[in-house]
Structures are given as structure tokens and as C-alpha cells.
Design a protein around this ligand. Structure first.
Ligand code: AN0
Ligand code: CP
Length: 316
């Protein structure tokens, strides 16, 4: 595996889920795989789970893990090609990437959508430069359009808690004061479309995701209707794709509460975190025994470890 962006990069999902169960049961089994290998994790944006779970997964595999917060710990990096560098950024990605590549065996990068130019974001301009110039395998730790380590952890969680062979899974938009990236819902949709689940997406008009991620999923604009009989509710806020980067609604009727959960089939509640309580989800729902947010976050170590394990195996 030279890069991990999309569900197609992991291959057969049943095999990936079997491997995840094995990694979860015996995390230190592959401790010698990473001996004398180094992972570097580059963060252009804040993180709690991704940086800690990536480091933990690398350590479980016996690797050395180095984290760099761009700007805070390093020079500010210019990312646009062909610019006159007379501003506040002393170094260009074009040099920084091969330098980083020369110090490690695999690279993880967090670089959120900027919402300035949809094409720049949707072409994954930054991450693709890492792929092109580092010479090392690259993992998206949430890039402009995808968050595959999250979606894989979400699938592992659903697989772990499902009580039906084909559960109903609903992705619902929820309100938030700020415009948030589409990476989490894009990847969740991509992975659910590839998995054996009955998948429904619900959001207000104007929040349609990029069709390449929606695929054949059912889109239902009536949130209560979408929730009927659901086994898993996955909440997330995102900014508009059509009116790129805009917040079109802050309607708190979309906040997931006991009212909507009542029409589900006693559904589990999921969210990738960080979550704003009583904006995305009511205290009552997130604090209920049906909330999976903590085990879901714990599975981030498992998904990251399966991905890095496969990358290390390919180097042998
Ligand atoms: C980010 C997002 O919505 O993409 C990270 C989520 C994992 N969330 C925030 O910026 C609050
Ligand atoms: N879910 C997730 O990626 O969280 P962080 O932004 O804290 O890494």
C-alpha cells in the first residue's frame, strides 16, 4: 500500500475487518515489524485523536514516531507553486517534503480543506505533493476531501456492535457555528457504500455532498423519516459543497436528540469527535448507554495500526 486515501486502497473489506479484529485482540504481535523504522506525522491542523492514535499504533508496531506541527514547531510552509516567496513563509513544501521523506519510512499528513478554491481542495493538491515528492507511503490523517483512518475505525465499530447482518446506518448532517470540512462525511459515505449495510444520508437542502462520494446511497431530506428503524446514527456537521464552504443553516431542529432517536430501532449514536454538545447532539443522547463515541475513538488505534502494518509488510 503506497497510499491510504480511499476505501479501494485497503482492498477486500472483510479481510481488513478480520485483520482489525486480530490487531485489536493482540496489538503487540507485530512489534518486530517496525524495528528501526520511523513514521513521521505532519499536522497542518489541530488534533487530539489522530495524533495520539497514530503515535500509539506506530509504537504498537515497534516503530519510532515523530510528530511535527507545521508552523508551531517548524517554519511556516508555502504550499502554492510558482509564487514569489516574499510573505511570511520562509520554506516551500517542494523542499520540505523530500527532506521529511529522507528522515522516515512512512508519512501521515493532516491538511484540512481550506475552502478557498474547491478545485484546489478536491484535487488533494497538498497530499498529492507528498505522494509525488516524498518517495514514501503516505497516509491521509484527514486531508482536504477524505478522512480514511476515521471511516475505517467507524466501520470496525459498526462491525463490532451490529446485531443484524445488514444494519441500517444513517449519516445525518447537524448544525455547528463554523464551516467544517466534508472529509469525514465523504469518507464515511464512501466506506458505507462499500460495506454490507443499508445506508441513508440525511441533510437540509444545499448540503448535498460531492456525487463521487454519495454514490448509490439513498438521500432523504426528512431527518425523522431517515431515522426510522435505524440501527446506527452517525452525526456530523459539514459546510456546503455546492456553495463551497458556506454555512447555509444553523437549524437546531437537526441537533440529534431523544426526539429523533425515539423512531430508530434503539440505534447506537456515533460521532468522530470533537463534538459540540447540544449543537450536534444533546447531552442526553451522547451520555446514554447507546453512545459509541468512546469505543469509536478507541478503534482509531486499530485502523491506523492495520494500515501501517500493511505498509511495513510491503517494505519487507
Ligand atoms: C474537523 C472536521 O470537521 O473535519 C475534524 C474532525 C475529525 N472538526 C473540527 O474542525 C471541529
Ligand atoms: N476524529 C478525529 O480525527 O479527531 P482529531 O481531530 O482530534 O484528530
Amino acid at each position: 500500500m503506497k497510499k491510504f486515501f480511499h476505501v479501494s486502497d485497503i482492498g477486500d473489506l472483510d479481510a481488513a475487518l478480520r485483520e482489525a479484529a486480530w490487531v485489536k485482540a493482540d496489538p503487540f504481535h507485530w512489534k518486530s515489524l517496525g524495528t528501526d523504522k520511523t513514521a513521521i506525522f505532519i499536522f497542518f491542523n489541530s488534533s487530539l485523536r489522530t495524533r495520539l492514535s497514530s503515535q500509539k499504533a506506530a509504537m504498537n508496531l515497534g516503530m519510532n514516531a515523530i510528530v511535527l506541527n507545521v508552523g508551531a514547531d517548524s517554519w511556516k510552509l508555502e504550499t502554492q507553486m510558482g509564487v514569489i516567496m516574499d510573505g511570511d513563509k520562509p520554506e516551500h513544501l517542494r523542499e520540505a517534503i523530500p527532506v521529511i521523506g529522507s528522515y522516515c519510512d512512512l508519512i501521515g499528513v493532516r491538511s484540512f480543506a481550506r475552502f478557498e478554491d474547491r478545485d484546489f481542495d478536491y484535487q488533494e493538491t497538498i497530499l498529492n505533493q507528498f505522494v509525488e515528492y516524498s518517495g514514501k507511503p503516505v497516509i491521509s490523517l484527514e486531508s482536504a476531501t477524505v478522512h480514511p483512518c476515521q471511516a475505517f475505525a467507524d466501520l470496525i465499530t459498526i462491525d463490532q456492535y451490529k446485531t443484524k447482518p445488514r444494519p441500517k446506518v444513517v449519516l445525518t448532517w447537524a448544525p455547528h457555528p463554523n464551516p467544517l470540512p466534508q472529509a469525514v462525511p465523504n469518507s464515511f459515505a464512501e466506506w458505507m457504500n462499500a460495506a454490507d449495510v443499508d445506508f441513508v444520508i440525511t441533510h437540509p437542502e444545499g448540503y448535498e455532498l460531492d456525487p463521487q462520494f454519495v454514490g448509490n446511497a439513498r438521500v432523504e431530506y426528512d431527518q425523522m423519516k431517515a431515522f426510522e428503524g435505524a440501527d446506527f446514527i452517525y452525526a456530523k456537521s459539514w459546510a456546503s459543497y455546492r456553495e463551497y464552504g458556506k454555512v447555509l443553516s444553523r437549524d437546531r431542529a437537526w441537533t440529534v436528540s431523544a426526539r429523533q432517536m425515539a423512531v430508530t430501532d434503539n440505534a447506537y449514536f456515533m460521532h468522530c469527535l470533537p463534538v459540540r454538545r447540544n449543537m450536534i447532539v444533546s447531552d442526553e443522547v451522547i451520555d446514554s448507554p447507546r453512545s459509541l463515541v468512546i469505543p469509536e475513538a478507541a478503534n482509531r488505534v486499530v485502523s491506523a495500526q492495520v494500515v501501517m502494518k500493511r505498509m511495513l509488510e510491503a517494505m519487507q
